[in-house]
Design a protein around this ligand. Structure first.
Ligand SMILES: *Cc1c(COP(=O)(O)O)cnc(C)c1O
Length: 397
């Protein structure tokens, strides 16, 4: 008998040998702490940058708001939409949130998606065709890469955050395509570096056929005067053609949005497959997102505190000899070697800090790292104790 699974087994064996085999961890959550194998650890790997996910007061206020309207469950938005929005899955909650987004971003309209992954694999294939060249930063998230591949459009990658390289590519390919779409993140998820969006806007404005697509997944909520991200901080909300963000990170919910011109929204409603062919998020979930998004401007103190602990951590990592220093709440501690990174992560976990090794192919070869995420519910004592621990682990070897 031939074993028809043999090639899968072989592939997994190979992954184990090179230290890249993945498993789903068993975790129990206790607010900002994670319990794994009976060990309680401070979660240093979460995307809950504002500390909203474990804020029970907010959850209570949300339930209160609906139960006051009527003391039974029929007052709550439903747990399912039962359909795509284009069929019977449209509920007032979606339009309310889209209206709120358009108003806050001061743009013509907004469109909701089930996740950032849906957004990024759907928007680009809908918009790009054979007359389009996509120019993507070398380090953009896998969801954008998948979207680019699905689009079937030609694409080139420019060196990470290298706008001169981007400009030279745009000049080189002018005349060969009708349209160009520049694709980038505003705050890069694995390096934590922040893009000069204003410079990108100036760059694309030199041409009349270049669009700018920016994914603010890690910045929405955590940056900007009212929490609208790096584009707000750099005052260029108006100038980004396709501004994408997600609700699953700082906004402690699920889903994603695009703020854009009306014509683009109409176009996507007619052509974007992950929007048309997937059941819309539960209205209850949209109501929770709306509840938090309405409050977003009031979380300014949390954003300021996050900036303060970011400065602290950067200084401390510099003193630990880290050369790659990030300006944001994502602070990579780059080691390079896969095995050493895994060892350090386990060591930190044993001492009560849930740190995870990030290895290729998620990051480029020889840049394995511990990706530290700071969240606004960590206090200074916890961070100082963590830094001590990190220093001891590094200099012990
Ligand atoms: C997390 C992430 C996504 C995916 O968003 P989900 O809502 O989790 O699917 C997209 N883009 C970037 C840059 C991300 O970091």
């Amino acid at each position: 008998m031939v074993n028809k699974f043999a090639n899968f087994t072989e592939h997994l064996t190979n992954l184990k040998q090179i230290g890249q085999f993945r498993t789903l961890p068993q975790l129990i959550h206790h607010g900002k702490y994670i319990e794994k194998d009976r060990r309680l650890m401070l979660n240093m790997s979460s995307n809950d940058y504002l500390g909203l996910a474990s804020d029970l007061d907010l959850q209570q206020e949300f339930w209160q708001k609906y139960s006051e309207k009527a003391p039974h469950f029929s007052a709550f938005p439903p747990f399912t939409s039962s359909s795509s929005r284009l069929l019977t899955g449209s509920f007032p909650e979606y339009e309310q949130l889209e209206h709120l987004l358009a108003q806050r971003f001061q743009r013509e309209n907004a469109l909701l998606f089930n996740s950032g992954y849906h957004a990024n694999i759907g928007i680009l294939p809908a918009l790009a065709d054979k007359q389009t060249l996509i120019l993507a930063d070398k380090l953009v998230h896998a969801s954008m890469i998948d979207g680019i591949r699905l689009s079937g459009a030609d694409f080139v990658r420019y060196r990470h955050n290298d706008h001169e390289h981007l400009l030279s590519l745009l000049k080189k390919h002018q005349g060969k395509y009708q349209r160009f779409i520049i694709v980038t993140e505003s705050l890069f998820s694995m390096d934590g570096d922040i893009v000069d969006l204003k410079a990108l806007v100036t760059l694309k404005q030199q041409f009349d056929n270049v669009f700018l697509y920016v994914d603010e997944a890690h910045a929405i909520g955590a940056y900007g005067e009212t929490g609208l991200g790096i584009a707000e901080q750099q005052q260029c909300l108006d100038d980004i053609d396709f501004l994408v963000g997600t609700f699953g990170k700082a906004l402690a919910s699920m889903g994603a949005y695009l703020v854009c011109d009306q014509v683009i929204k109409d176009y996507l409603v007619n052509t974007m497959r992950p929007l048309i062919f997937s059941t819309a998020l539960p209205p209850l979930n949209i109501a929770w997102t709306t509840f938090l998004f309405e409050k977003l401007p009031t979380f300014q103190a949390r954003r300021q505190y996050l900036a303060q602990i970011t400065d602290y951590m950067r200084e401390q990592l510099a003193m630990c000899g880290q050369a790659h220093l990030s300006q944001s709440c994502i602070q990579p501690y780059i080691i390079g070697d896969n095995q050493k990174t895994v060892e350090l992560a386990l060591n930190l976990q044993q001492q009560g800090y849930y740190c995870l090794p990030i290895r290729p192919p998620t990051v480029p070869q020889h840049t394995a790292r511990i990706r530290l995420s700071l969240t606004a519910d960590m206090n200074m004592q916890e961070l100082a104790a963590f830094v001590d621990c990190l220093r001891n682990s590094i200099f012990d070897k």
